[in-house]
Design a protein around this ligand. Structure first.
Ligand code: URA
Length: 433
């Protein structure tokens, strides 16, 4: 078999065989195929696509390129949740303990933030002492004892995806539904959970800018997962507006804690209840509505908050920061962003709001850049809300005083105003089962 022929077939729009796909993945991971040939194949896939059989073969080949976790000792109710990334998306902090309250064993690997999107690992590390680097054995032990464990992505899982994703990042080949779906699914399959719920974000602050693209990605991932014997479903959720009010790591932990205490913004609480309910329903095979009711009750009666505290303690986090979130720390500089007109906010360019948080120090441009856990934005006025000249639209938090002017300009540039109230979308746009 020759890589040249595989590239040529895909260039001409042919379907690649299972054998060809496995060969390309295996030999590239082992260093026997150079980057320029893999880049050419990836570009041909971007241009000509892959059908369901090819996408499944690619997923399986990447999943099997490293360790495949066997969670069977934890039973049938192992659950994972994956968000395709957005701005202000702190759902894992709420959903993981909430799903554990519904009887799921939540075993999840998460990533760091990059560019304008945040990452769960950075958020968890805003809690003093919280350890995100765990061995597989530690993860299994904690899942057994506490029912919830979240750690950084293990290098042992899907190494082929790690290598291919790095290449896609620099060859303009990220934007392809079969490549994105197989990349995400290879890691999810290798992580071993029986039940997987996806939160596919759609809008200006997401990878998928339209609900139709988000739905196509969700459909592909759900089909791959189901074909591989997992119980899978997806929500399509709105990312044309940041989720909740807080953007930035410690600020998001505070907001997650508020939701876990039965307070916090309704959009965030609704999405968290739905995600946890879907996880609970897939695990227990009970109706979703029953699980929604249980999840809402767990937020109200304090059991989700207690589970969160148990989880934080188990991973070495300082629980006093959770009991009193002021101890998470705050930034030295705060600047209110003031509205200069009357009207309605009719759109928020959420990618720009993420960039604004990044400028303040909450995000990173490159993988190894440091971040400031205290930096970020608290948003008071969102799309659809009536505003008046002089209102505080948001407060910027930073320790880098020289970033404030640029961040304020970026924040204001992200907003569009109108004289009449705009149509507002629901937070949950669709379900894919
Ligand atoms: N996240 C992934 O893990 N892979 C992609 O291809 C895109 C987003």
């Amino acid at each position: 078999m020759r890589m040249y022929d595989i590239i040529d077939s895909k260039r001409l729009g042919a379907e690649l065989s299972d054998e060809q796909i496995r060969y390309a993945v295996r030999e590239y991971t082992d260093g026997n195929i150079p980057d320029y040939q893999m880049s050419a194949l990836l570009m041909a896939v971007c241009l000509n696509g892959m059908n369901a059989a090819e996408t499944s073969a690619l997923t399986d080949a990447m999943a099997r390129s490293g360790r495949m976790l066997d969670l069977s000792e934890l039973g049938e109710n192992t659950a994972d949740k994956h968000s395709t990334g957005g701005v202000g998306d702190k759902t894992t902090l709420v959903v993981a303990p909430l799903a554990a309250c519904l009887g799921c064993k939540v075993v999840k690997m998460s990533g760091r933030g990059l560019g304008y999107t945040g990452g769960t690992i950075d958020k968890l590390e805003a809690i003093k002492g919280f350890k995100t680097s765990l061995s597989i054995e530690q993860m299994l032990r904690q899942a057994r004892s506490t029912g919830v464990v979240v750690a950084g992505q293990s290098a042992e899982l899907a190494p082929a995806d790690k290598k291919i994703y790095a290449l896609r990042d620099v060859t303009a080949t990220v934007e392809s539904i079969p490549l994105i779906a197989s990349s995400i699914m290879s890691k999810k399959l290798a992580s071993g959970a029986k039940c997987i719920v996806f939160d596919v974000k759609a809008g200006s602050g997401a990878f998928m800018k339209t609900a139709a693209d988000a739905q196509a990605l969700a459909r592909t991932m759900v089909d791959i997962g189901t074909a591989c014997g997992r119980r899978v479903c997806a929500l399509i959720t709105d990312m044309d507006v940041p989720l909740g009010s807080a953007v930035g790591n410690a600020l998001e932990v505070k907001e997650a804690v508020a939701v876990l205490r039965g307070q916090g913004p309704a959009d965030l609480a609704d999405v968290c209840v739905e995600l946890a309910a879907r996880m609970g329903s897939l695990c227990s095979q009970t109706p979703v509505q029953e699980c929604r009711d249980k999840a809402s009750a767990a937020l109200r009666d304090g059991s989700a908050f207690d589970k969160f505290c148990q989880w934080v303690q188990e991973q070495g986090g300082d629980i006093s920061c959770i009991l009193d979130t002021e101890k998470l720390g705050s930034a030295r500089v705060r600047r209110d962003v003031i509205c200069d007109r009357d009207g309605y906010i009719c759109a928020m360019n959420t990618e720009r709001i993420g960039m604004c948080a990044s400028v303040l120090g909450a995000g990173r441009e490159r993988k190894d850049d440091p971040i400031d856990p205290a930096a970020g934005i608290v948003i008071y006025k969102k799309s659809g809300q009536r505003v008046h000249r002089g209102d505080v639209l948001a407060t910027l938090h930073t320790n880098a005083a020289d970033s404030v002017a640029a961040a304020e300009a970026e924040y204001l540039a992200a907003l569009s105003f109108a004289d009449t109230a705009p149509q507002i979308k629901p937070h949950i746009l669709a379900y894919v089962e």
